[in-house]
Design a protein around this ligand. Structure first.
Ligand code: HEM
Length: 421
């Protein structure tokens, strides 16, 4: 047995699924499963698990996590998640799933598009979407109806992506039946097969290829491909600019063309959010775990504190940011929503490893600045006009979707919006 031979404590697996029985049966999801493993093994620096037949390591010790994400990140540059490009071309070509040199090349090219200056230039477009959001709220609440907040914020996010990333008007706030909303909502909706596709992509990519499981279906891939290329062509023809991510794509394409014609190849080229959103992301990190793959054999301290052991190359490593951020040792009464945890005084003496909703190290979220700007702008627009409170139909406590790999609520979340006088 792999972990036994290495002398690493591990969870006893069962044939075929390893330790993933409840995850495969969709009684739990990857994030909740990894949190449980983390919570139940607080007395160890790490614990071995089996994802189907793959041995993987769940980290508990903060210092070791820091080494993996930051200090020794050169040996953990790839994520464990993998998509077979032939089966699922959209996911396979997506930057979060790219590996090694290919990832480095794309990340370096994209990084300047997410600078503070470039993000600021997109503020007007984000604000226009936030204004549409409050307009939609006004119409919905006119007769005293409650608001389905997940639906409203999802439509706002979709319109921001449409405007700033795809360079179009998504129109999903004004027209909930728009074609764009239909496709994007489909991507975010976790059916049984999509739940299995994401589980295998994260935890046993060979099975994803074998069963040809797709996360993004062919129609959606084609719709998005057509949308982007039609807009790029239009802008090239009419020399239009919008200061968005698509402009940057255009610039990069022109640059590549120039490099190709010169016969040269160019060398690869915050503030923290308001404490309200920071505390929300502590309780519910959208991505509840971080994953990395060990590139070369890696020395880690022996679990019993006597020497070192070698973690073999290729081992997947998981970090439960959801577990850490809800660990009473670090955040007393973690179930309480208390934005004061992120006051300047309270933050000062706390390790960065204790709050990682955007990950850390060279593979941390590329869109952190933009994402925070979008969340803050939406919140400011809503809270300057409304007091938001639970109503009799609000599900308390929140039940999480057991099929999704991201943390998303299972049910609709109706809330009361009371207009400030
Ligand atoms: C509040 C919103 C967001 C949250 C909570 C979030 C969270 C995350 C997390 C946890 C990761 C993995 C980091 C790691 O492995 O260390 C990630 C990766 C990434 N995010 Fe975000 N994200 C958000 C918004 C965005 C936006 C708006 C964009 C782009 C417009 C974006 C682009 C990316 C990309 C490209 C990666 C992969 C980076 C790489 O592999 O090099 N994110 N995000």
């Amino acid at each position: 047995m792999f972990w036994k031979k290495l002398g690493i404590p591990y969870l006893k697996p069962i044939p075929f699924v390893g330790n993933l029985k409840d995850t495969v049966l969709q009684k739990t999801n990857i994030g909740l499963f990894l949190k449980k493993v983390y919570d139940e093994n607080q007395d160890k620096p790490y614990v071995g698990i089996f994802c189907f037949d793959q041995p993987c390591l769940v980290m508990v010790d903060l210092e070791l996590m820091k080494n993996i994400l930051i200090k020794d990140s050169h040996n953990f540059i790839d994520r464990a998640i993998t998509a077979d490009e032939k089966v699922d071309p959209f996911m396979g070509k997506c930057i979060p799933l790219l590996k090694g040199q290919r990832w480095r090349h794309v990340r370096t090219k994209l990084e300047p598009s997410f600078s503070a200056g470039k993000t600021k230039k997109m503020f007007e477009q984000v604000e226009a979407c936030a204004t549409q959001l409050t307009r939609m709220l006004e119409v919905t609440t006119a007769d005293g109806s409650s608001v389905l907040v997940r639906d409203a914020t999802m439509r706002y996010t979709m319109d921001v992506i449409a405007s700033c990333v795809l360079g179009i008007d998504g129109n999903s706030l004004e027209n909930p039946d728009s074609e764009y909303k239909k496709y994007i909502a489909g991507v975010m909706d976790f059916s049984i097969s999509k739940g299995l596709a994401s589980l295998t992509m994260f935890m046993c990519p060979a099975l994803q290829s074998f069963f040809k499981l797709r996360f993004v279906d062919e129609d959606t891939t084609e719709f998005l491909r057509r949308l982007v290329w039609t807009t790029v062509e239009y802008r090239q023809k009419h020399s239009t600019e919008r200061n968005d991510f698509l402009d940057r794509l255009n610039e990069l394409m022109n640059q590549e063309k120039m490099d190709a014609s010169n016969g040269t190849k160019t060398k690869s080229i915050s503030e923290s959010g308001p404490i309200l959103s920071t505390e929300t992301q502590r309780k519910y990190p959208v991505l509840p775990f971080l994953d990395r793959r060990c590139e070369r054999d890696y020395e880690i301290p022996d679990p019993h504190g006597s020497g070192t052991i070698i973690l073999p190359a290729g081992t997947a490593v998981y970090i439960s940011n959801f577990g850490i951020q809800n660990n009473p040792k670090y955040f007393p009464n973690p179930e309480n929503f208390d934005p004061e945890r992120f006051s300047e005084d309270n933050k000062r003496n706390r390790s960065n490893m204790l709050h990682m909703p955007f990950g850390d190290g060279p593979r941390k979220c590329l869109g952190k600045r933009f994402g925070l700007m979008q969340v803050k702008t939406g919140l400011v627009h809503i809270l300057s006009k409304y007091e938001v409170a639970p109503c009799k139909d609000t599900p308390i406590p929140l039940i999480l979707d057991r099929r999704a790999f991201s943390l998303s609520p299972k049910e609709k979340i109706p809330m009361t919006f009371i207009r400030h006088i």
